[in-house]
Design a protein around this ligand. Structure first.
Ligand code: SAM
Length: 367
């Protein structure tokens, strides 16, 4: 039974003598009110005893974390707000995004030429992007090849790292140029741990060197604990253990400023989605339709949906320079964003166009 009275986010089930409580996210204050209400249910049939939860509530209320008071570190209760005195002054003293100061980004906005709007183009992004004007894209959402040795249709995915990064950065330079002032770029990347190449750090350092503002990082938790490799490094010895990861990274950068202005009528994220998604660890299963589209490394649509709703407005222009079989463009179309997808494989572009055709046009935007 789900209890909206208590703010939702939990369910109670009684099976025989067992009471099972499943909690996703819950307002503890409301839950306590709900228990109090149940325990005073005179003449009403109450199926739970509030006392049964006292131990659990006690444990939650005992959760403490560090806060700062009077310049000293102290422990705070789980629900006490941690306050830093004169936070604004402290931020001003430290300065925000010092590495991005002195950027020369233009605030001028240009129209994306009509022939690029809502299209999928086949070609090398380092060439195609050069034909697009500066300052015309609101959001770049992309996942470049990781150089893991995957079998893509028309590109090699196992080249010398120096060459890999110099090609990738050539394309990122163009992405930065075509972004509007205040536009964002979200790059999904997985380091190659076996080569000890921290791609997410190398890419982030590059963006910072280009004076982009680091807006944050999302951990995409794929929960793939049964990943195929069983390498332990030095088994049962500290000499050289091998760390395993069940997640990927999404690095987020802003051009010029962290705020992206837009028409409030074009916001489509709900309060619930916002509350959940600003917690930057997203548990989303990997795409299940890779066989169907015959592509080895697709985005799951839910991942793109979150990126688009949290970082862009409806009608914004979304670019994916490594569009694959088009998950970014497909999700953009479904969510009333305009889009441009580029991929080097004609076959992947054909599949992306087919997927787009299968989505009915919306009346509002005609996208
Ligand atoms: C990780 S996949 C992206 C998959 C995509 N997110 C999806 O959901 O289908 C990377 C893609 O980059 C493409 N690619 C590689 N080099 C490219 C280049 N220079 N220009 C454009 N696309 C390129 C590959 O063909 C591949 O489809």
């Amino acid at each position: 039974m789900n209890n909206p009275d208590a703010g939702g986010g939990f369910s109670l089930r009684i099976t025989g003598t067992t009471l099972e409580l499943q909690v996703h996210a819950m307002d503890l204050g409301k839950f306590k009110q709900y228990l109090a209400y149940q325990s005073t249910a005179i003449g009403r049939s109450s199926f739970i005893h509030a006392d049964a939860f006292q131990n659990l509530i006690g444990q939650i209320e005992n959760i403490r974390s560090y806060g700062i008071r009077g310049g000293k570190r102290i422990y705070y209760g789980y629900n006490a707000e941690r306050k830093v005195k004169n936070r604004k002054n402290a931020v001003a003293t430290r300065t925000t995004g010092f590495y991005a100061s002195g950027n020369t980004f233009s605030r001028e906005i240009h129209e994306l030429p009509a022939e690029f709007e809502n299209t999928v183009i086949c070609g090398d992004s380092s060439d195609i992007l050069k034909t697009i004007p500066s300052g015309c894209i609101d959001l770049v959402v992309t996942s470049p090849p990781y150089n893991f040795g995957l079998e893509y249709d028309a590109s090699s995915d196992g080249i010398l790292w120096e060459l890999y990064f110099s090609r990738l950065f050539g394309i990122f330079d163009e992405c930065i140029r075509v972004l509007k002032y205040g536009g964002r770029i979200l790059v999904n990347v997985q380091p190659l741990f076996s080569d000890y190449i921290p791609s997410h750090h190398i890419i982030s350092s590059y963006f910072m060197q280009k004076k982009m503002l680091w807006k944050g990082e999302i951990l995409w938790e794929k929960n793939n604990y049964n990943c195929k490799y069983t390498a332990w490094g030095s088994w049962k010895s500290p000499s050289n253990p091998y760390l395993k990861y069940t997640w990927e990274f999404i690095e987020i950068f802003s051009k010029g400023e962290l705020t992206k202005r837009g028409n409030p009528a074009n916001i489509d994220i709900t309060a619930d989605e916002f509350k959940k998604w600003v917690n930057a660890k997203w548990a989303i299963a990997p795409a299940r339709d890779m066989k169907k589209y015959d592509h080895p490394a697709m985005f799951p649509e839910e991942l793109v949906e979150r990126m688009l709703k949290l970082f862009s407005y409806q009608n914004d222009i979304v670019l994916d320079p490594f569009n694959g079989v088009g998950t970014t463009t497909v999700t953009a179309k479904k969510l009333n964003r305009r889009y441009l997808g580029i991929d080097i494989s004609e076959e992947y572009c054909r599949r992306a166009r087919q997927r787009l055709q299968d989505i009915p046009d919306t009346e509002e935007t005609g996208i």
